[in-house]
Structure formats: C-alpha cells, structure tokens
Design a protein around this ligand. Structure first.
Ligand SMILES: Nc1ncnc2c1ncn2[C@@H]1O[C@H](COP(=O)(O)OP(=O)(O)OP(=O)(O)O)[C@@H](O)[C@H]1O
Ligand SMILES: [Mg+2]
Length: 383
C-alpha cells in the first residue's frame, strides 16, 4: 500500500506546484479559471482579455500588469509541460493540470502581443443524454448513434471551429463497450474515455533542434500494432487522413475521429484533400473510392448564432456513384426555424428525413433494438 501512496504523491505534487505557479502568473484571470460557466478564455496581449460564456463572447476588465508577466506565464507553462516556446518555436499546444487546453502564439507572429486561448472543459462530463437536455440532439438520433458504435461503423464527427466536435466525439466514444481495448491518439489530450481498457497516446513536437517529433501518423502506426479493438483519433488535420482511411478499410472497424468541415459532403472532400497531403500518391478516383468505403457515418455538428451547438446532420456514406461522385445518404437533420424574436434562441427540431439505415438487416441480425418509426419524417417534411 505504501509504495502506491508514494507514487500517487509523486504524481500529484508536480501537478500541484504547476497549478500554483500558473495561478500566480495568471492571477488576473483566476476567477474565470474557476468559473464553470466560462468555456474559453482568450488573451490577446496583456490588456485585452475575453471570455466565452454560454457560447457568447464577452470582453473582460482583466489585465496583466505588463507584457513580461504574460510572457513569464506562458513560458512557465511551456517549462512544466516540457515544450519549447521561443522565437524559433513561437506556437505551443499544452494542457493544464485541470484538463484545459491551451494554445499560445508569441509575437511577432501574434501582432497583439502574446496570444493565448484556454479551452476549459468544465462541461466535460457531457453525455449523449445531456446533449438531449441541451437540445443538441433528439432521442432517436442519439439511439441511432449508439447503434452505429455497437455496429462498429467508422464514424467521422465534423464541424467548424468550436462547434463541439471533440465534446461530441467524447460522447460517442463513451458508447464503446467496456470489453474493448481502445487506443486514443491525440495532439493534446482532451478526450476523457471512461472505459477501463483505454490506452492514451499523445503526439510530441520537435525539440529546439528540430528532433524527436512524433506525429499523429507515427502514433497511428503504433496504435495498429498495439492490438486495438478500437482506435479513436482526436482530430484529422493532414496527411494522416490516408493512414486513417487505409486502417478503416483494412479491418479496423469502429474507428472514429473528427474533422474540420461544414457539411457532410464537404467533410468527405476535406478528407480527400488531406489524404493528398500524404507522401503516397494515388489516382483521384481510387482515393475517392477509398474515402467512400472507409467512412460509413458522418455526424455533423454546428455552432449557432445563439451560442448553442447542435447536431445538424447524421448521414451514411454510400459507395461512389458511377461518375465518381460522393453519395451522402441522409438519415437525420436539424430543421432550423431561425431565432426566436424575444429570446434570440434558435428554434427548430431534429427530424428524420425518411431513409432507413442501409445496414438495418445487420442491426436486426445482431439483435439490437431499432424501430423503423425512428426514421419517419414529420408529416410536413418536403425534402
Ligand atoms: N452540445 C453542446 N452544447 C453546449 N456547449 C457545448 C456543446 N458541445 C460542446 N460545447 C462546448 O463548446 C466548446 C467547444 O467544444 P469542443 O472543444 O468540443 O469544440 P471543437 O469543435 O472540438 O473545437 P476546436 O475546433 O477548437 O477543436 C466547449 O467549451 C464545450 O464545452
Ligand atoms: Mg476539438
């Protein structure tokens, strides 16, 4: 028992020191770091600090005493997380002990002075059930997502910046069975899977001499050799897209990730373009056909002008059409009825569009509960 206690103390104490020293440097924003209603803190130089509350941006009166204090603070974070932040490496991704995600850009790249965005994850106990309470999804669509995970569909969660992709991927990945061995790959650890057999891998930037970089693609190769039942990748941003597609089509079913794109067909084209960034060349038609057969379900999320996040589309991806076009097969969507004139809130509802899942027979064969009624559109739906 004692050695375990000592080990826990060893792990805890550096974090405690880290937290205290951050508090000291970032005292002026400390109240926001403790406020669960604040989802993001944005520092645009020492005296221009904004926060996001309930999806809306607000300027604060907080200020750093001077530019050096702010610089000292971000250098302190860099030191604790073992990253290099200087003129040659003026950008940094990091994670604070409370799980917040930090991105820093130094001048002269950042013209306002040291610029920092701190994404807080106060709400990171989000679940599909909570998303229903928030009106981000309805019950039948949520049930369908659970089935997609159980049926080991390859899923991409897509959306714009801050649209809730990572949060949604977390909710989706929470549906993975506890019996599965899950390998999670991220640039900067944000996902919080609860399953007991989860292996978390994190990329690493190069050192000051440009050595030792370990990218998503490297970790992906490792993941495939670590006997995964499931691979979850935080976000696809570049040439690793091709590795992902190849894994998805070569028996690693039930793989999931996120991608920055606004509409489902845009998502497929983004994956195609990112795959071209890899060093392997492939004819466009072959690449497209790989995208179409690898990605089975696209869940699209969006941030609306009232600050809410909603799932706007759930679609299947069919094989390429004869003339080589992507074919999206929509199942659910959000019908936007505009903003309420008094509250400003987005009105509307999630609806089915009248298509049955293509893999319905397989779902039935597996004995999972599914009702064709979930997929019936409302009587006034006209396509
Ligand atoms: N359904 C939701 N309802 C309300 N708030 C949400 C919802 N989903 C996410 N959020 C909040 O929105 C913010 C952005 O979420 P998240 O980090 O998941 O977005 P993202 O699309 O992954 O962002 P990025 O593009 O920066 O990676 C977080 O503060 C999160 O708590
Ligand atoms: Mg994200």
């Amino acid at each position: 028992m004692l050695p375990l206690f000592v080990l826990v103390l060893r792990i805890m104490i550096p974090n405690k020191i880290f937290e205290q020293s951050i508090r000291r440097y970032f005292e002026c924003i400390s109240p926001y770091m403790d406020d669960d209603s604040v989802s993001e803190i944005m520092i645009n130089g020492p005296d221009d600090i904004w926060i996001e509350v309930s999806g809306k941006l607000k300027k604060t009166d907080a200020k750093f005493a001077n530019a050096d204090d702010l610089m000292g603070g971000v250098k302190n974070i860099a030191q604790f997380v073992g990253k290099t932040l200087n003129e040659l490496n003026p950008r940094m991704d990091a994670r604070l002990p409370d799980g917040s995600r930090v991105h820093v850009v130094l001048p002269p790249c950042a013209r306002n002075g040291v610029s920092v965005a701190i994404r807080r994850f106060g709400e990171f106990d989000l679940t599909l059930e909570k998303l229903m309470d928030y009106g981000s999804i309805n019950q039948t669509a949520a049930e369908f997502i659970k089935i997609c995970v159980q049926m080991e569909r390859n899923i991409i969660v897509a959306g714009g910046t801050g649209s809730g992709k990572t949060s949604l991927l977390n909710c989706v990945s929470l549906q993975i069975s506890e019996d599965d061995r899950i390998v999670v790959i991220e640039d900067s650890s944000e996902l919080q899977l609860q399953q007991p057999h989860t292996l978390m891998l994190e990329t690493r930037g190069p050192d000051a001499k440009g050595r030792g970089e370990v990218g998503i693609r490297d970790l992906f190769h490792s993941a495939m050799r670590l006997r995964p039942d499931r691979i979850v990748i935080g976000e696809i941003r570049g040439g690793e897209a091709l590795t992902l597609l190849q894994a998805m089509t070569s028996g690693h079913g039930g793989t999931m990730s996120t991608c920055h794109a606004t509409y489902p067909d845009d998502t497929l084209r983004r994956l195609e373009t990112m795959s071209m960034m890899s060093d392997i060349e492939m004819p466009l038609r072959a690449l497209r056909s790989q995208v179409a057969s690898a990605i089975q379900v696209v869940i699209q999320t969006s941030r609306f002008n009232d600050g809410s996040r909603k799932i706007t589309h759930i679609c299947e991806v069919l094989d390429l059409s004869e003339n080589g076009e992507y074919q999206i097969y929509p199942l659910f969507q959000f019908r936007n009825r505009g903003n309420n004139k008094e509250t400003g809130k987005i009105m509307g509802e999630h609806i089915a569009v009248g298509n049955l899942p293509t893999f319905l027979p397989a779902i039935r064969e597996r004995g999972l509960h599914i009702d064709e009624k979930w997929f019936e559109p409302p009587p006034d739906y006209n396509g």
